[in-house]
Design a protein around this ligand. Structure first.
Ligand code: FNR
Length: 183
């Protein structure tokens, strides 16, 4: 059956390098894999007082879309050596009410693009910590600490210098999701 992957990009700016790379990266997947880019820019700030009431539409949509996915592909920028608040907010929104986390058991992979030479290594480390707590197994190996440079994305596709590297990660991710995914 078809594999559904939710893509969460931790930057909401229009020209986001992470979004540009994510959009190019998903083109490397086989045809039977469907990607759903998850909207996070309209989520309210997580407030524990809201757990008692029905979620607002944006939060309900986030939770439904993650529930429907077999796996989650995260692209995180690095802000001040961690994940951006907008990404953490989306993760927190999906993790509650207590006992109803939509993340639990979903297979995941973490990639990230930054303008700095360490290519989001520290943000990814923090994100892995969060995902471990949320019971999300992450693709072993296949680390991708990507520095934005001219030519990384060319006409919406991963550029020639990085194509083999990216294709290899995509192949490993899909093979691993097929083994591990459960809805
Ligand atoms: C950054 N940037 C950054 N880069 C990095 O490699 N390590 C860091 O700790 C930070 N910290 C940081 C904080 C804040 C508030 C901003 C706005 C930026 C630079 C960052 O890599 C750059 O803005 C990227 O372009 C962000 O990703 P998107 O939005 O292009 O996907």
């Amino acid at each position: 059956s078809q594999i559904q992957i939710a893509v969460v990009v931790g930057s909401i700016r229009k020209e986001s390098f992470n979004r540009q790379f994510a959009e190019a990266f998903v083109k490397l997947a086989p045809q039977d894999v469907k990607f759903n880019f998850i909207r996070i820019d309209d989520l309210p700030l997580y407030d524990q007082d809201s757990d008692a009431a029905a979620p607002v539409p944006a939060v309900a949509r986030l939770r439904d879309e993650i529930k429907a996915a077999d796996a989650v592909l995260f692209f995180t920028p690095e802000y001040n050596r961690s994940v951006p608040g907008v990404l953490k907010n989306a993760i927190d929104q999906g993790s509650r009410p207590w006992g109803k986390s939509v993340w639990s058991g979903k297979s995941a992979a973490v990639l990230g693009v930054s303008v700095g030479a360490i290519g989001t290594a520290m943000a990814q480390q923090h994100l892995h910590n969060v995902l471990a707590y949320l019971n999300m197994p992450t693709l072993p190996g296949n680390e991708a600490f990507i520095q934005w440079k001219d030519g990384l994305v060319v006409n919406g596709e991963v550029g020639p210098a990085s194509k083999e590297f990216a294709q290899n990660i995509m192949n490993n991710f899909i093979a691993w999701v097929k083994q591990t995914a459960k809805k």
